[in-house]
Ligand binder design. Structure first.
Ligand SMILES: Cc1cc2nc3c(=O)[nH]c(=O)nc-3n(C[C@H](O)[C@H](O)[C@H](O)COP(=O)(O)OP(=O)(O)OC[C@H]3O[C@@H](n4cnc5c(N)ncnc54)[C@H](O)[C@@H]3O)c2cc1C
Length: 474
C-alpha cells in the first residue's frame, strides 16, 4: 500500500486529495493523509453568509474558459449548482481624477480592438489614442528578454495604458504590480501575439474574427461561480474524502527522506512515515519544509515572492445604492493615490448573491505596493473604505453590515525569470523520488490552475510504482 502525505488543505491540496481518492476508488493501492494547519479547509477559498447575503472572502468565481474547475464540479456532482456572471451588465469603470470613466467597448483585457469607441473614450488622452492607432503597424518581434508587463504594454500603447489599464487589471488578478510581473509568465498570449503579428490589436482582432466564424453557441459567461459560493466546491470535495484521512489543526514543520521512506514532522506530535509527499502550501512554506532535503530547490522556492491583500464586503439596502452606475464595478489606478484597488458591485455581477432588497460592494486593498495597509485595524480599514467610496461613488450611506478579510502572503507574484525558476524547481523535484508540488506559485494563480496543479501532482504520485518513490531510488 502506497502512503501519500498531502500538506496544505487549500483548493490545490484538496483537489490532490480528491484525485487520489478517485484513483483509489478505481483500484489504486494507496492511502493518503491531508495535513492542514488551520481549523478550516479551503485556504483562501471561503464563503460566509451574512444578513441573507453570500459573502466571498477570497475568490468569488473562476474564469470559465479554463476547464479544470468546471470538470471538477462535474465530477463532484455539483454541475447543476454552477452559475455564470451576469455579462449583460458587464461594464467596468476606471477611476480617473476621482471620477468613474467607463472602459470603452472593444477593449479586450487591455488591448483596444474598436478604434471608434476608443477614439471617443475620455479614458485616454489624444496622444495615447494616436499611439494606439500607430500600434496597428507594429512589426512582429520575438521577445528578447523576460520583460515586465509594464514594459511590454508601454512599448505598444504608452505609459498611460500601463497606469490606467494594465496596472489596475493586474492588481485585481494578482494583487501585483505591472512593473514587477513577467509578461511571459502572466500574459503568455500577448507574447505569442507579438511574435506572430507584431500589433496586439491586430492579433486580438484576428483571434476575435476566428472565434466568431467558428462559434456555434452564444458565448459562455466570462466568470463562473457556484450557487452557494466557492465554498460549495470545498465542501463537496471534503464530503467525498475519507474523514479519517483529513487532519486539521496539524502544522507540518519539515519533511525529509530517511531510509526508504519520507518523514513528515508534525508540530508537537513527532514524525510520521509516508512513501510520498505532495506539498500544496505556498512556495515559501514548501521551501522551508524542504530546506534539509535540497538547498537549491529550497532557495528557488523561497525566491518566489507573495503579495497580501484585504477584501472588504459591505452590505446595503438597495435604495442606499440607487446612485450607483450600472456594471460590475471599478478599478482604481495607483496614480489616484487611494488604498482601494478595485470595487465589485456584487449584486450586479452575481445577482444571486443578495436578496432583492439588498446590494453588496466588495472592495480590494493591499497588493504588492501597499502591504502597509495590512497593519491598519479593521476599524481603520472600514473608515478608509467608507471615505474612498464617498469620494468615488458619492456614497455616504453606512452599510448594514461589513466584513474585513485579510489574506497575508496569499498571491504568488510571477516576476521576470519566473518560468526559468519553475523549470529549475521542476528539475530538482524530478530528481527527488516521491516528491510532488502543487499550488498557485507555479503555472497559474487562479482556482482552475490550482485544481489542475493538484490533479497533476496527485496523478503523478498515484501512477508511480512504490519502488520508484523510495528516496533510496535516487
Ligand atoms: C482575496 C483573493 C481573491 C482571489 N480571487 C480569485 C478569483 O476571483 N478567481 C480565481 O480564480 N482566483 C482567485 N484568487 C486566487 C486563488 O483563490 C488562489 O490562488 C487559490 O485559492 C490558492 O489555493 P492553494 O490551495 O494553492 O493555496 P492556499 O489557499 O493558500 O492554501 C494553502 C493551505 O496550506 C496550509 N498550510 C500552509 N502551511 C502549512 C503547513 N506548514 N502545514 C500544514 N498546512 C499548511 C494553509 O493553512 C492553507 O490552508 C484569489 C485569491 C485571493 C487571496
Amino acid at each position: 500500500m502506497k502512503r501519500i502525505a498531502i500538506i496544505g488543505g487549500g483548493i490545490s491540496g484538496l483537489s490532490a486529495a480528491f484525485y487520489l481518492q478517485k484513483a483509489r476508488a478505481a483500484g489504486a493501492d494507496l492511502e493518503y493523509t491531508l495535513f492542514e494547519s488551520g481549523q478550516r479547509l479551503g485556504g483562501s477559498m471561503y464563503s460566509d453568509h451574512v444578513e441573507g447575503c453570500l459573502v466571498e472572502a477570497g475568490p468569488d468565481s473562476f474564469l470559465t474558459e479554463k476547464p479544470w474547475a468546471l470538470s471538477l464540479c462535474k465530477e463532484l456532482g455539483i454541475a447543476d449548482q454552477l452559475i455564470g456572471s451576469n455579462d449583460a451588465q458587464r461594464k467596468t469603470y476606471i477611476v480617473v481624477n476621482g471620477r468613474l470613466v467607463v472602459m470603452p467597448d472593444g477593449l479586450m483585457f487591455m488591448v483596444p480592438t474598436q478604434l471608434v469607441a476608443t477614439a471617443l473614450s475620455p479614458l485616454f488622452s489624444w496622444s495615447t489614442k494616436l499611439r494606439m492607432a500607430r500600434e496597428l503597424l507594429h512589426p512582429p518581434r520575438p521577445m528578447q528578454s523576460d520583460e515586465t508587463v509594464a514594459q511590454l504594454v508601454e512599448r505598444h500603447f504608452g505609459a498611460e495604458v500601463v497606469d490606467r489599464l494594465a496596472d489596475p487589471l493586474l492588481s485585481g488578478v494578482y494583487g501585483g504590480d505591472a512593473a514587477k510581473l513577467s509578461a511571459r509568465a502572466v500574459l503568455p498570449r500577448f507574447v505569442e501575439m507579438e511574435e506572430k503579428y507584431g500589433s496586439l490589436s491586430r492579433a486580438m482582432l484576428a483571434a476575435h474574427k476566428k472565434m466568431m466564424a467558428t462559434r456555434k453557441h452564444p458565448p459562455a459567461p466570462l466568470f463562473t461561480s457556484l450557487q452557494d459560493g466557492m465554498q460549495q466546491m470545498v465542501d463537496a470535495i471534503a464530503a467525498r474524502l475519507d474523514p479519517e484521512s483529513i487532519r486539521r489543526r496539524t502544522h507540518i514543520l519539515r519533511v525529509y527522506p530517511e531510509d526508504s521512506s519520507w518523514r513528515v514532522a508534525v508540530e508537537m506530535n513527532g514524525e510520521e512515515r509516508f512513501d510520498a509527499v505532495l506539498i500544496a502550501t505556498p512556495a515559501n512554506v514548501a521551501g522551508t519544509l524542504l530546506d534539509g532535503v535540497d538547498r537549491g530547490l529550497a532557495r528557488n522556492l523561497l525566491d518566489i515572492t507573495y503579495s497580501s491583500s484585504i477584501t472588504v464586503t459591505l452590505g446595503y439596502y438597495k435604495q442606499q445604492l440607487a446612485g450607483l452606475p450600472p456594471g460590475f464595478g471599478f478599478l482604481v489606478p495607483r496614480s489616484e493615490g487611494t488604498h482601494m484597488l478595485a470595487c465589485t458591485f456584487v449584486h450586479n455581477k452575481f445577482p444571486h448573491r443578495a436578496p432583492e432588497d439588498k446590494g453588496i460592494l466588495r472592495c480590494f486593498l493591499g497588493g504588492a505596493r501597499d502591504e502597509a495597509v495590512l497593519g491598519l485595524s479593521d476599524d481603520e480599514i472600514l473608515e478608509t473604505v467608507h471615505r474612498e467610496l464617498r469620494d468615488i461613488l458619492k456614497l455616504d450611506a453606512r452599510p448594514i453590515f461589513s466584513r474585513v478579510y485579510r489574506w497575508r502572503g496569499a498571491m504568488a507574484q510571477y516576476e521576470p525569470g519566473h518560468i526559468a525558476r519553475v523549470q529549475r524547481i521542476e528539475k530538482h523535484v524530478a530528481g527527488i523520488p516521491g516528491l510532488a508540488l502543487a499550488g498557485n506559485a507555479y503555472h497559474g494563480i487562479g482556482v482552475p490552475d490550482c485544481i489542475r496543479s493538484g490533479m497533476e501532482a496527485a496523478n503523478a504520485l498515484a501512477q508511480a510504482p512504490v519502488a520508484s518513490l523510495s528516496p533510496q531510488s535516487r
